[in-house]
Design a protein around this ligand. Structure first.
Ligand SMILES: [Zn+2]
Ligand SMILES: [Zn+2]
Length: 255
């Protein structure tokens, strides 16, 4: 399962997983940094040699090309048509994926994961997403992008791992608020009594240690700043070195 698919994600995903093995993609809101790489992902699913019905080069051909489920907020179908329609193939994403628009009250089950949604305040309709294991594997709550709000505190209550944005080095000075500072993110975690916090949506041009310290002053439990390639578990932080997987190989080869 892939949660959000912003710019740069698809090429990074390919370092760790075979993209044709992704069952489901869930999108929290329709901002470019959360959905834009659905475009290269869709091109890969559509045009990859091993996704074709006829044998090509080293690939044997397939009658059942991968077509992952894609859950996105209401209005996503029309929205994606406008984005890719800008250069002419407006049905690219809905053809490549099995696209379904979710409503805030929906409960989606994918394998042993149960997804629920909570509206949070941001510049466009945005959902925090809770992923609960149905076989005792714990619970992860993802805050998406949001300004300070009470709904996320209630939604994340007692969760094992809160993944929360800590975008701002200081609160927005003017206009409508849309994001959190590291201390605000930690304050949500503390009030929700979560077990551990993973700060995300942080610029790599900020000092990671400063971000972690700001949050650590407010939240008494374990706090980490998300790193590419790292693994975080609901039972405790594990941050091994990134283990890239080799590219998938053809299952048959021609002479
Ligand atoms: Zn956003
Ligand atoms: Zn964002």
């Amino acid at each position: 399962m892939l949660l959000d698919c912003g710019n740069g994600v698809f090429s990074k995903l390919r370092r760790y997983r075979d993209y044709t093995k992704v069952d489901t993609v869930v999108i929290s809101h329709l901002h470019a940094d959360h959905f834009l790489d659905l475009v290269p992902f869709s091109y890969a699913l559509t045009y990859a040699p091993r996704q074709q019905p006829m044998p090509v080069d080293r690939w044997p051909g397939t009658d059942s090309p991968a077509r992952p489920k894609l859950f996105a907020p209401r209005g996503a179908t029309e929205f994606f048509r406008r984005v890719v329609g800008a250069w002419g193939n407006e049905d690219l994403i809905e053809n490549a994926f099995d696209l379904k628009e979710f409503s805030p009250d929906d409960v989606i089950e994918v394998g042993t994961m149960r997804f629920t949604f909570q509206d949070v305040p941001h510049f466009t309709e945005t959902f925090a997403i809770d992923i609960a294991s149905t076989n005792g594997g714990g619970r992860i709550t993802y805050g998406a992008d949001c300004s300070p709000n009470e709904a996320l505190v209630e939604f994340a209550r007692e969760t094992d791992l809160l993944i929360v944005e800590a975008t701002l080095p200081r609160p927005e000075r003017t206009g409508i608020r849309g994001h959190l500072t590291p201390s605000e993110a930690a304050e949500h975690a503390m009030r929700a009594n979560v077990k551990r916090v993973l700060l995300t949506h942080v610029s790599d041009e900020l000092d990671e240690l400063w971000v972690q310290k700001c949050a650590g002053k407010v939240f008494p439990g374990p706090v980490a700043v998300a790193r590419e390639g790292a693994v975080y578990e609901t039972s405790g932080f594990v941050v091994p070195r990134a283990a890239a997987q080799p590219a998938p190989q053809p299952v048959a080869s021609a002479t």
